[in-house]
Design a protein around this ligand. Structure first.
Ligand code: DX5
Ligand code: ZN
Length: 225
């Protein structure tokens, strides 16, 4: 049985009460905390940087899964490592020298991930897959929380799973964007091992604790692909 991790994305949390939001999902059984860094260039939106990662580090011991939606992320790897990130994910679209960036992340003692936009083919992974710990398939166009899941990405997740299995290494397969209890079972069946969920947890009318419980329940009996 593959272990499935749930990574609430704090992008949809109340930033004025971030510590409380994180503590709530930690107590509700979150596995990782997903942290979306945006620079207003690679994606049209701006969020936050190292100080927020450092602040989160002070309130939880869970792995901080830091998703860098920024241009030239190599400029900040060390700073994010110092702030307390455990995993750093960079976009293949933002890194002409991707191999160097991945080595840089690993050289800092962190887990290295690569993310692919919806329109980026999986073939972009071919030469880098043996060097990464994690692949993130964007299931919406990056930049905003609360967008609708792009259905066609399910098939992409399935193919990514096949690529990883063919390599025979344990690489986490993460899905990010529009994930909730309605599509989580199919994603797990397709081979996803990490589910990022923002709006479906932090904006759920029933509250984050109950939303997380429902998400976990939805995938409980699914046969992982
Ligand atoms: C989108 C971010 C996501 C976002 C997902 O650019 O990378 O992590 O927070 O949010 P939901 O789950 O609301 O689509
Ligand atoms: Zn993200």
């Amino acid at each position: 049985m593959k272990e499935i991790r749930i990574a609430p994305s704090i992008l949809s949390a109340d930033f004025a009460c971030l510590a409380r939001a994180v503590t709530e999902v930690v107590e509700a059984g979150a596995d990782w905390i997903h942290v979306d860094v945006m620079d207003g260039h690679f994606v049209p939106n701006l969020t936050f940087g190292m100080p927020i990662v450092a602040a989160l580090r002070r309130v939880t011991r869970l792995p901080l899964d830091v998703h860098l939606m920024i241009e030239a992320p190599e400029r900040y790897l060390e700073a994010f490592a110092r702030a307390g990130a455990d995993r750093l994910i960079v976009h293949v679209e933002a890194c002409p020298h991707l191999h160097r960036v991945i080595q840089g992340i690993r050289g800092l003692g962190l887990r290295a991930g690569v993310a692919l936009n919806p329109a980026t083919p999986l073939s972009a992974l071919e030469e880098i897959l043996p060097d990464v710990d994690q692949v993130l398939i964007m299931t919406v166009n990056p930049g905003f929380g609360g967008q609708a899941f792009i259905e066609r990405m399910l098939e992409k997740v399935r193919r990514a799973r096949r690529m990883i299995d063919a390599l025979g290494r344990s690489i986490e397969l993460e899905v990010d964007g529009g994930v909730g209890p309605e599509n989580a079972p199919a994603l797990v069946e397709a081979g996803a091992t990490v589910l990022v969920a923002g709006a479906s947890i932090f904006e759920a009318p029933e509250g984050p604790t109950e939303a997380l419980r429902r998400l976990r329940e939805a995938i409980q009996h699914v046969h992982a692909g």
